[in-house]
Structure formats: structure tokens, C-alpha cells
Design a protein around this ligand. Structure first.
Ligand SMILES: [Zn+2]
Length: 401
């Protein structure tokens, strides 16, 4: 049986430069071979180009219910970052393991994979009461892209586990919630002319700025008390325009201006409502003015990406489970939140309640000299052992409903 330590496993995983824009096949094939060595069959779910794949495997009894251990295999790029170590090679220094993806989130994958022989042993001796699933996705970092077809395929098979543990870095604190996000591009198409004749043109930059002003106004209403949710920081939904392009020269009335904005919504807030309100403002207030000057003008909205928020009930089975196995008894079932998004919202939307708990901190995620500490990795290893024990005991039979 394979006896790699989680550190040695992490060194292997970090060695695969699985930046989202590149293939992750070498990594998932390595994992598939490792699983096969320890007696676990796994399945790859490829993308349309067959350059990337999700990996899915089940250990233990083949039946409904059980637990999903979920993580993404891709990492963010290192371009333009000032690393003092080689990013795709594990470097140990002062109790820290450096390398791209160590915190986000190959540390968790390493812990899970290292624990697989234990889960297998428990399954063979009949002491795994419910199935344990591994679901490793691609393209999480570019908007939870890979996990969507995986969830759709699994749902078609009637896949209904009770809980999903997403191992994004939370310093091993159980997290039950995060905001949802929607990103939208707005394209304003005006009419160009010499700037000396500005009133005869339709200035796309000006109209875009009015839309952005409206966006800010909407944002201010979101902070009102009736929309607050104090479990989050900031405790309300927020908006922002983060990117804008428009204009060619100061003496030309600009015909084009595009801007991208995002909405970060607390659970329960209708995340699409902001874009709808802007569209109404565009069609009822701005477009008539624009078209009075030049009929061939337009304002279009294009959804770029969205993922749902997460708000798992602190009294749910999943919350109970993560409280007992994370080793953070003092904060049992406290409603911890993170500011970043995870695949948890999509699992939850697919009817699989999700919790987030993993080694390392997002303070190190996406940055140069990303690291996870040996202490965090050991805590995640310990969580896997507690999970194996939990899955064998009667307390978790509830998870089999
Ligand atoms: Zn991540």
C-alpha cells in the first residue's frame, strides 16, 4: 500500500503546473494512477477539447448518501509575480511549504489523497457505513467552470450525497457561507463625430458613465438595513465596476465604451436584479436620448460569469459533521464565512449541502511565495482520520438518508 506523506504528495501535486489556461491531464492522470495503485477506480470527465478533466471516485459501499471531498486541480498563474522560490516545485522553509497551489488548494488534495489508503482499509473491513466520494475539478479559478458539467453528469446518475466538504483554505476553520457573485459586461454603442460637433454624436463614454453612476446608486441602496446580513463582511451585497474601455482620441466623440461590473450578493438577495435595474434604466432613460440623435445606437448587457452564494444551516448534518471532524470544537457550528467564492454554492444549488474547510489561508492564495504550513497540513491529515472514524460510527448514519 502506498505510504506517501501528505508533504510528499503535495510535492508531487505542486510539480504539475496546472494553471487554468493549461491542461490538467498530467495531474489527474497521476492521481488516477495513484488511486488505482491503492485499489480505487476513478473516472475522468473530460471537457469538450479533451485537454482538461474532472476526476471522480467512490470509496466504500455503493449506495445513496455519503460524503464528497471536493477540490479543484487548477491554480492561478505566476506571471508577473516576484517569487523567491521556484513556483512549481515544493520548497520547505521554517515549517512552511512554498509553491503555487500549496494553499489554494493542493494542500487539501494532498491530505485527501494521503488518507485514501486509510479509507480503503476501512471500506474493506466493512467499517465505512456510507460512501466517500472524491470530486476534483478543473477550471475553478476562472469561475467554477469545470465542476458544472461534473455536477450535471452526476445528477443524471441520481447522485445524492448528503454533504460536500470543499477544502478551500480556511485555516481549518469550518465555514458555512460565502456571497454569490455575478459578473456582467455592458457595451455602449454610440455614434462618433469630430469633437467640435459633440452634440451631433452620441458619446459612449458619457453614457457608460451614467450607467456606472446608476450602478453606484443601486449599490448604496444595498447597504440599507433591510438588506443586511451580519454574518458577512461587509454585511450587505456590493457592486463595483472594475474595468472600462472607451475612446480613441480626445478630439473624437467616442462611439464605443465597454465596462465590466460585478455584484457580490448575500444569500437571499436576487443577484440578477442589479443588472435588470440597469437594463431598465438603459432602455427607458438612456436609449431614447441616444436614439433621438442617432437611431443606430445601443446598450447591451452580457453575462460573463456567476456562481451562487452559500449559506448552510448551522443545524444541518453537514455543519454538525464539519464541527466534529475539523477539531474546532470551541466554535462548534458557528456560522463562519469567507469573502471568496467556492464551488460550494454550486453543490448547494445541486441539492448537496456544502461546507468549506481546508488547510492554509487565502491570505497566501494567488500571491507570490504562496505557502501552507506543515502544521495546517497535519491538521487536515488529522481531520481525514476523524472523518474515517466518523464514517464508521452510527452517528453518521443520518448522513445516509
Ligand atoms: Zn481555490
Amino acid at each position: 500500500m502506498n505510504t506517501l506523506s501528505s508533504k510528499a504528495m503535495l510535492a508531487k501535486l505542486v510539480g504539475f503546473p496546472t494553471v487554468s489556461r493549461d491542461s490538467n491531464l498530467a495531474l489527474v492522470e497521476f492521481i488516477q494512477a495513484y488511486l488505482s495503485d491503492v485499489g480505487v477506480e476513478s473516472e475522468l470527465f473530460y471537457d469538450a477539447e479533451r485537454t482538461k478533466a474532472n476526476l471522480f471516485a467512490t470509496i466504500g459501499p455503493v449506495k445513496d448518501g455519503g460524503i464528497v471531498l471536493s477540490g479543484h486541480t487548477d491554480v492561478v498563474p505566476v506571471d508577473g509575480q516576484n517569487w523567491t522560490v521556484t513556483p512549481f516545485e515544493l520548497t520547505e522553509r521554517d515549517g512552511r511549504l512554498y509553491g503555487r497551489g500549496t494553499a489554494d488548494m493542493k494542500g487539501y488534495l494532498a491530505s485527501v489523497l494521503t488518507a485514501v489508503p486509510l479509507f480503503v482499509e476501512r471500506a474493506r473491513s466493512g467499517s465505512l457505513a456510507v460512501p466517500l466520494h472524491l470530486a476534483f475539478s478543473y477550471d475553478e479559478e476562472i469561475g467554477c467552470v469545470g465542476v458544472r458539467p461534473l455536477l450535471a453528469a452526476l445528477q443524471k446518475r441520481g447522485f445524492r450525497p448528503r454533504v460536500c466538504i470543499i477544502g478551500e483554505p480556511t485555516e481549518m476553520q469550518p465555514v458555512l457561507g460565502h456571497k454569490g457573485k455575478m459578473a456582467v459586461r455592458c457595451c455602449v454603442r454610440g455614434a462618433a463625430c469630430h469633437s467640435a460637433y459633440a452634440p451631433y454624436g452620441v458619446n459612449a463614454v458619457h453614457y457608460a458613465s451614467r450607467l456606472i453612476g446608476k450602478l453606484e446608486e443601486i449599490g448604496e441602496t444595498l447597504a440599507h438595513p433591510e438588506h443586511r446580513d451580519d454574518r458577512f463582511d461587509p454585511p450587505f451585497s456590493t457592486v463595483q465596476a472594475g474595468l472600462i474601455r472607451g475612446g480613441r482620441a480626445l478630439n473624437i466623440v467616442p462611439a464605443e465604451c465597454d465596462f465590466d461590473f460585478e455584484v457580490r450578493a448575500v444569500p437571499g438577495f436576487d443577484i440578477g436584479s442589479v443588472a435588470r435595474e440597469l437594463e431598465t434604466y438603459a432602455s427607458e432613460t438612456l436609449l431614447p436620448k441616444m436614439r433621438a440623435v442617432q437611431p443606430d445606437t445601443d446598450i447591451r448587457f452580457e453575462a460573463l460569469n456567476a456562481y451562487p452564494g452559500l449559506a448552510t444551516d448551522p443545524d444541518s448534518d453537514g455543519a454538525r459533521l464539519i464541527a466534529s471532524i475539523s477539531g474546532v470544537q470551541a466554535e462548534t457550528r458557528a456560522f463562519g464565512t469567507v469573502a471568496f467564492g467556492t464551488e460550494g454554492g454550486l453543490y448547494d444549488a445541486a441539492g448537496i449541502p456544502a461546507v468549506v474547510c481546508g488547510p492554509g489561508s487565502m491570505d497566501q492564495g494567488h500571491k507570490p511565495d504562496e505557502f501552507v504550513t506543515l502544521e495546517q497540513l497535519a491538521r487536515c491529515d488529522a481531520m481525514m482520520v476523524r472523518l474515517a472514524n466518523e464514517l464508521g460510527c452510527t452517528g453518521v448514519v443520518e448522513l445516509n438518508r
